[in-house]
Ligand binder design. Structure first.
Ligand SMILES: Cc1cc2nc3c(=O)[nH]c(=O)nc-3n(C[C@H](O)[C@H](O)[C@H](O)COP(=O)(O)OP(=O)(O)OC[C@H]3O[C@@H](n4cnc5c(N)ncnc54)[C@H](O)[C@@H]3O)c2cc1C
Length: 293
């Protein structure tokens, strides 16, 4: 199918885009188009006006300093995947990028588009939540900052108001003693995840877990953080944590009621939650072992 007819404008500055959005409440933004063009082709959306963000160069950048990593919303997923700055400033984000779709899609798809789309099986919303990222949402009259944990509100639903543009993603600085793990299962490489898990573990000077964050995606309407499972790891030595990784997997399974769809039953997703949380934690601990050796 082809989309219904629509008007198209391609502003060259953020101010222009914000003014257009404020003056046209039914307009929709388009970034990489990798999710929204199919939605329009299936006529699940028929906006009268598309506002294209692709000609606004100031929205595409990757910057890092001691305060953290800042990414412009129009930065392509492929640019994140191949960035040495991202690899050293946030190795978990870097590790997740190759799991997003295929290279051709990552060449067009943007970080802001993926986050705003809020697909429950997408990798970037989960990474943003696990890393405690925060988002800048701009509108003509000003800007506000929203934490990733408050941004994702339901299935394909976010805190974005119709006249707001997600412009910037900020990840807090990555501590030197942080380890990470990431696993997902999909039917074929490049498909959306059936379930995935992302974890960070911060070790103290004695190699004990001082802080942990565990996120699961694909299982519910939004990514889910599982603080109870993370709490089971606190104070445990990185050399004796395998049993606690199992325990954390069991807790995560008990805390999440997984959805069922054409890809997988709720029971299968529950199995995956337990297994993938354990594996992601073991992977993170493996990093710790390699570092210490
Ligand atoms: C075959 C296939 C496989 C895929 N597999 C995966 C996968 O495994 N994992 C995954 O995460 N994704 C996957 N995707 C989706 C892909 O990553 C998309 O690129 C991404 O979800 C949307 O990014 P985009 O830049 O293309 O956004 P668009 O499609 O342009 O926009 C998506 C939505 O976000 C809104 N939007 C875009 N930018 C902004 C902004 N800055 N502020 C406010 N609203 C905005 C748009 O209005 C629209 O509603 C797949 C896509 C395809 C076609």
């Amino acid at each position: 199918m082809k989309p219904a007819s629509f008007d198209y404008l391609a502003p060259t500055s953020l101010e222009e885009a914000l003014a257009l959005l404020a003056d046209n409440p039914d307009a929709k933004l388009i970034a990489g188009g990798q999710s929204f063009v199919p939605v329009m082709n299936f006529r699940l959306a028929s906006p009268p006006l598309l506002i294209d963000l692709n000609r606004i160069p100031s929205l595409a950048y990757i910057n890092s300093d001691s305060t953290g990593l800042r990414i412009g919303a129009m930065t392509r997923n492929r640019a994140l995947e191949t960035s040495d700055v991202v690899r050293s400033a946030n190795p978990l984000l870097s590790a997740a990028m190759p799991w997003i779709a295929h290279v051709a899609i990552r060449n067009r798809g943007t970080m802001g588009g993926s986050l705003s789309n809020a697909d429950p099986a997408a990798e970037l919303p989960a990474i943003a939540m696990v890393c405690d990222a925060e988002f800048t949402l701009d509108r003509r009259t000003g800007a506000r900052t929203v934490k990733a944990t408050d941004f994702f509100q339901g299935l394909f639903s976010t805190a974005l108001a119709p006249d707001e543009i997600l412009t910037r993603i900020r990840f807090p600085a990555w501590p030197a003693n942080r380890r990470h793990g990431f696993f997902e299962v999909s039917r074929r490489h490049g498909d959306f995840a059936i379930v995935g898990a992302a974890v960070t573990l911060d070790l103290d000077a004695n190699g004990r877990v001082a802080a942990a964050r565990i996120g699961v995606f694909g299982a519910a309407d939004t990514p889910v953080l599982v603080p109870d499972a993370a709490a089971a790891l606190i104070g445990k030595s990185s050399t004796e944590t395998t049993e606690f990784a199992r325990e954390a997997g069991r807790i995560a399974r008990a805390r999440i009621t997984p959805r069922a769809d054409h890809q997988a039953s709720s029971d299968y997703r529950a199995e995956l939650i337990e297994t993938l949380v354990r594996r992601a934690l073991e992977q993170a601990l493996g990093h710790a072992h390699r570092k210490a050796a």
